[in-house]
Design a protein around this ligand. Structure first.
Ligand SMILES: NC(=O)c1ccc[n+]([C@@H]2O[C@H](COP(=O)([O-])OP(=O)(O)OC[C@H]3O[C@@H](n4cnc5c(N)ncnc54)[C@H](O)[C@@H]3O)[C@@H](O)[C@H]2O)c1
Length: 389
């Protein structure tokens, strides 16, 4: 298949690109690098089945040649990012989604929207099922993200009902793993960065608010199953293993062997108090459930963070990040000219053309994969432990 991934240079998007290329799809990654990082896809740039186009999808989205699927993942996702870029966040959720839908419509392609558990707001139903309509403050600071995604869902359903586009909506819950930016202000990356640098772990509120954390490899399996299906959704993807933020802090301290202390700050406006997905639908319709335990996922993520230089990020995290006034990203790189792929190509990739799969070690170096080692290619959950069991 030839698949367009918007936001493909971001944290989740880059893992999706990896997965699709490993199973022999051809990928067109479109990203404006506003919150993404070219380093996330640097290993892919020489792959002839991968094209990177640096572009703002809110301004328009033109891809020549056959397109079989559009996975729309472009959007700031961490609170500091979307609070710092409120208008861009609304634009990419609205105009960006419309442009991606128009591309799918023109191409007769499958369309998958990366929506979010934030559409449930501060939920009064627990755990959150897809039938729950949510409890969102439409004028609070976080509304730029929450309402943009709610609009994105609405316009996706309108294209489905009125234009017959083969659409699917995923509601993604907190996801973590390698390639998160250490300074992005999300709870897992912040705790690990602070723990590894011996700095106090920042808890907003009293730490009793809950989240459930899905390891990125698990999430990507679910995303790709959705791309391959005709499910309309919305379907929740997330890990039902609910933890308080204080428990998470303790776990990170244990796994990193850190002696950092914990510091408490006031809870930001409209911060949800409880979050846990009901994934019955994902299991029934996509045969999906997460397999990587929170402990294992945090271990893998900490190992990756140990290989990054997180000192400056740790310093920037001191004193809180969630007010939208945080310092600019520390990993800004001055990017060279965009790499734009040749257009109008239609390909089905021959298996013989696939290079040997490689495995990235904890510090990003590549080595040949041993047989069966590339776990993210497995779409089946049989024989493994489902965390929802
Ligand atoms: N990470 C999570 O826990 C989570 C949870 C729920 C939903 N999601 C959704 O998944 C998607 C990816 O999230 P992520 O965590 O990887 O965030 P991310 O910030 O790492 O990735 C988003 C990517 O989109 C790109 N982008 C933003 N605006 C763009 C535009 N106008 N044009 C082109 N590219 C643009 C960014 O440069 C970045 O590479 C988002 O849509 C987000 O809402 C993520």
């Amino acid at each position: 298949m030839r698949i367009v991934v918007t936001g493909g240079a971001g944290f989740i998007g880059s893992h999706i690109c990896d997965f699709l290329l490993h199973r022999n799809d051809s990928v067109v990654c479109i990203d404006d690098l506003s919150t993404g990082n070219l380093a996330n896809i640097s290993d892919l740039l020489s792959n002839r089945w991968f094209r990177f186009v640096r572009a703002d999808v809110s301004a328009g989205l033109e891809v020549h040649g056959r397109v079989d699927a559009v996975a729309h993942f472009a959007s700031p996702a961490s609170p500091p990012d979307y609070l710092r870029r409120p208008l861009e966040t609304l634009a990419v959720g609205s105009r960006g989604t419309e442009n991606a839908l128009r591309l799918a419509d023109r191409s007769g392609a499958r369309f998958v929207l990366a929506s979010t558990s934030e559409v449930y707001g501060d939920p009064v139903e627990h755990p959150q099922r897809e039938g729950y309509w949510g409890n969102v403050n439409p004028v609070g600071p976080r509304s730029v993200y929450d309402e943009a995604k709610r609009y994105a869902e609405a316009v996706t359903m309108a294209y489905h009902r009125h234009r017959g586009v083969n659409t699917g909506i995923l509601r993604i819950f907190n996801t973590y793993g390698p390639r998160m930016r250490p300074e992005d202000g999300r709870v897992v990356s912040s705790f690990i960065t602070q723990a590894l640098n011996g700095q106090a772990l920042t808890i907003y509120g009293d730490g009793t608010q809950t989240r459930s954390f899905c390891y990125v490899d698990d999430l990507v399996r679910g995303v790709v199953s959705m791309i391959d299906s005709d499910e309309v959704g919305p379907i929740n993807l997330g890990c039902p293993d609910e933890r308080t933020v204080a428990e998470l802090a303790e776990l990170v301290l244990k796994l990193t062997g850190s002696h950092s202390v914990v510091q408490y700050y006031p809870l930001p406006t409209d911060d949800p108090t409880r979050r846990r997905p009901d994934i019955t639908l994902a299991t029934a319709r996509l045969g999906w459930c997460p397999e990587v335990s929170t402990e294992e996922g945090l271990q893998r993520t900490s190992a990756w963070f140990r290989c990054q230089d997180t000192r400056a990020a740790a310093a920037a995290l001191v004193g809180g990040q969630l007010d939208g006034q945080s310092p600019p990203r520390l990993s800004e790189i001055s990017w060279s000219d965009p790499v734009v792929g040749p257009q109008g190509q239609q390909r089905s990739r021959p298996a013989a053309d696939v290079g040997d799969p490689t495995i990235q070690d904890d510090c990003g170096a590549h080595r040949p994969a041993l047989q069966g080692e590339f776990t993210t290619t497995a779409v089946t959950t049989s024989g493994s432990t489902c965390l929802a069991d």
